[in-house]
Design a protein around this ligand. Structure first.
Ligand SMILES: [Fe+2]
Ligand SMILES: [Fe+2]
Length: 279
């Protein structure tokens, strides 16, 4: 028996605070110095818009079976769609090139492993899978949160910075709902081991599975090589440590180790690079 009261309280907290972003495209400042960050905004816009595909997959797999998850997903989707629109507006300000998804990326990732037919197969196990979905949601929202927080310090202009901070706050609220829901669903027998296996073998930071690894590294490589950002990124592992049965997964740390070649290449690609503030 899951803790229904806790799940309802988490939903209530989220529904009390969700809502549209306060921003206007015409108030975003013109950008004097077109740096690399425009490409990052374009990639983020694509990743945010991809939430609609994720939503369809969630429904097909029956992961929205619980009425609290279903009630969360509608406003969540509305907020993510608005993020996509706002980030596209920022990318346009930076005259960012269009990012084309690498459609031929067929490596084993959490996303690629969840094909449409396999989603229907998952349906009978929706109780256990809901825990995996919520743990993953918590982690991805956290990565989104730190990314927007960092970008708010790099963007040109006050309106742009305020917009990114507002997006970061919404990602924080998404993360908190997912964390509460994950703690509730992880108490279901069998849920912990499925979530552990999924994260350990298939996890990638948010967006890689949607836009392809090469495009992702082009867009986020400058952030990823920054040591301070890496420290925030590795907090993923500490947050997971606090969830029952999710201790010592070290997925963020392992991701950095696995991609040390890419990180090195990124550092040497731009020898002038010392800190992301140097746009
Ligand atoms: Fe978002
Ligand atoms: Fe989010």
């Amino acid at each position: 028996m899951i803790d229904n009261h806790r799940l309802e309280a988490a939903l209530e907290t989220y529904l009390r605070t969700w809502g549209p972003l306060q921003w206007r495209e015409d108030l975003l400042e013109p950008v004097a110095d077109i740096g690399w960050v425009g490409q990052t905004f374009a990639a983020l816009s694509m990743i945010e818009v991809d939430s609609m595909t994720m939503y369809r997959k969630i429904r097909t797999a029956g992961l929205d079976h619980d009425p609290r998850i279903r009630a969360f997903l509608f406003p969540w989707l509305a907020e993510e769609a608005e993020h996509g629109r706002a980030l596209n507006a920022l990318a346009v300000r930076y005259e960012s090139p269009v990012v084309i998804r690498d459609r031929h990326d067929r490596r084993p990732t959490l996303r690629n492993s969840i094909s449409w037919p396999s989603l229907a197969v998952l349906r009978p196990g929706w109780r256990q899978m809901q825990a995996s979905y919520c743990v993953l949601g918590m982690v991805q929202e956290y990565v989104a949160l730190i990314t927007y927080k960092w970008l708010s310090n790099l963007v040109s202009g006050y309106a742009g910075a305020c917009l990114l901070k507002a997006i970061a706050r919404q990602e924080g609220r998404h993360m908190r709902f997912y964390r509460e829901a994950a703690e509730v669903f992880l108490t279901i027998p069998g849920a912990t081991s499925i979530a552990r296996q999924g994260l350990k073998h298939l996890w990638n930071p948010v967006g890689i599975d949607a836009i392809g690894a090469d495009t992702w590294w082009e867009a986020f490589g400058r952030l990823m090589v920054d040591e301070e950002f890496q420290r925030d990124f590795q907090e993923v592992d500490r947050i997971l440590d606090c969830l029952p049965g999710m201790e010592s997964l070290e997925i963020a740390g392992n991701f950095l180790v696995k991609n040390s070649g890419r990180l090195q290449a990124q550092s040497s690609k731009d020898a002038r690079y010392s800190h992301p503030k140097a746009l």
